[in-house]
Design a protein around this ligand. Structure first.
Ligand code: GDP
Ligand code: MN
Length: 390
């Protein structure tokens, strides 16, 4: 689950990290009221930021500065009318603008290859990290946090030194880097990214410079949300893809891919195998979809709706190994789903295990193409997606 910037900032703020003040507004008038308050408490400029769950808002015109409350209201109206990468802007964050001297990139993320948290930093902040990686991979510095102790102080210092932080600024950097790892661990986040981590003037400090988190991007591991009701409460259902939402609500594990063969499978391992076999047969899977154990007809029908919502799907492969799941129940779900479907795509069904015989009878009577072995099913699905005969 992705958090909006405003909520991600709040999470960092609670962890003691330096985050500027700010408030979310849903109308231009509310944005103006917040801007008035910020100007009254000493801000010289305010920044209005679109709250949508994508990066690159700056380039899309979703981040703008205002020097007066009237201007803030006008800009908020403009930004609230924007659609950024298909996402309508419904809220803006109004915050005091920082005077940026330099921009740093810093993130803590789950790194599967090291089975731990990886810290990435770059002196080339502001740009999206993928862009930095493509242009100059050596500009990205990495440190693997200790699996139990988190980011150790010497690691944080090494990271800071390599991106050019010295003296008091290095001290601040160490606190922020360790803080990000702490947030990632305590919130079960896959990613905690601050870009830019801005260097701003601070005449009161020994080095004359201060670090502030000007943007925050946090993704929480969905499987861990049960442990974090306070974070779950921040879920923004309006920004969620309706298909992903239906899958989540039905308890279906669904990941969209970009191929043409929709796969409906029970069990994660079997789903992975199915994707492999489709690929080996020369096809491209359109999704990973696990209906789980003991799925009833309604869940099968929901899974079918989810698969068909993807217009790239040209054929469907149903691969069910009946254990707790009953084959005839799945067959009934498929028949029921077909009656409700808005569009038809060719389908091949393989159901083995519990009640496979009853399933086969129902499917044959219903005119479904069936297969016994998984290889055969995959090959048939690939042929169907290519427009071949069954
Ligand atoms: P993103 O484009 O979605 O990553 O949104 P960001 O919050 O990172 O903002 C994009 C860019 O806008 C930043 O890299 C900054 O250059 C600029 N920006 C954001 N906040 C401020 C601010 O408070 N003051 C100034 N001067 N620029 C800002
Ligand atoms: Mn950013």
């Amino acid at each position: 689950m992705k958090l909006h910037e405003a909520e991600a900032r709040e999470l960092l703020r609670r962890a003691g990290l330096p985050v500027p003040d700010g408030e979310v507004a849903t109308t231009p008038a509310a944005a103006r009221a917040t801007a008035e308050r910020l100007f009254a408490s000493g801000a010289k400029q305010v920044v209005i930021k679109a709250q949508v769950l994508v990066g690159g808002r700056g380039k899309a015109g979703g981040v703008k500065l205002a020097a007066t409350a009237e201007e803030a209201e006008k800009i908020a109206a403009q930004i609230l009318a924007l659609t950024i990468k298909d996402l309508p802007v419904r809220r803006v964050l109004v915050a005091p603008a920082a005077e940026i001297l330099r921009e740093i990139y810093l993130s803590a993320l789950i790194d599967r290859s090291s089975r731990g948290i990886l810290l990435m930093a770059s002196a080339a902040g502001g740009m999206e990290i993928e862009e930095v990686a493509a242009k100059d991979p050596t500009a990205i510095i990495r440190e693997n946090a200790h699996p139990h102790a988190g980011l150790l102080p010497f690691q944080a210092r090494r990271l800071g030194l390599r991106i050019g932080a010295r003296g008091d600024l290095l001290k601040q950097f160490v606190a922020i880097a360790t803080g990000l790892v702490r947030v990632a661990r305590e919130s079960d986040a896959d990613l905690v990214e601050v870009n830019p981590l801005a260097v701003v003037p601070a005449p009161e400090l020994p080095g004359g410079e201060r670090l502030v988190c000007l943007d925050a991007k946090v993704t929480i591991d969905d499987s861990a949300l049960e442990r974090h009701p306070e974070l779950e409460a921040w879920r923004d259902e309006d920004s969620e893809d309706p298909i992903d939402r239906e899958a989540r609500e039905m308890g279906i594990a669904y990941i969209r891919l970009d191929g043409s063969i929709g796969c409906m499978v029970n069990g994660a391992g079997l789903a992975m195998t199915t994707l492999d076999l489709v690929t080996r047969a020369g096809g491209t899977p359109a999704n990973f979809l696990d209906i789980g154990g003991g799925a009833r007809a309604d869940k099968v029908a929901a899974a079918m709706r989810i698969i068909l919502a993807d217009k790239g799907v040209k054929a469907i492969l149903v691969n069910i190994f009946g254990g707790i799941t009953r084959g005839d129940e799945v067959a009934r779900g498929l028949i029921e789903a077909r009656g409700q479907q808005e569009r038809t795509v060719p389908m091949v069904v393989r159901i083995v295990g519990t009640n496979a015989k009853e399933a086969a009878e129902l499917l044959t009577a219903g005119g479904f193409a069936t297969a016994t072995s998984l290889d055969e099913a995959a090959e048939k699905a690939v042929a169907l997606a290519a427009g071949g005969a069954q």
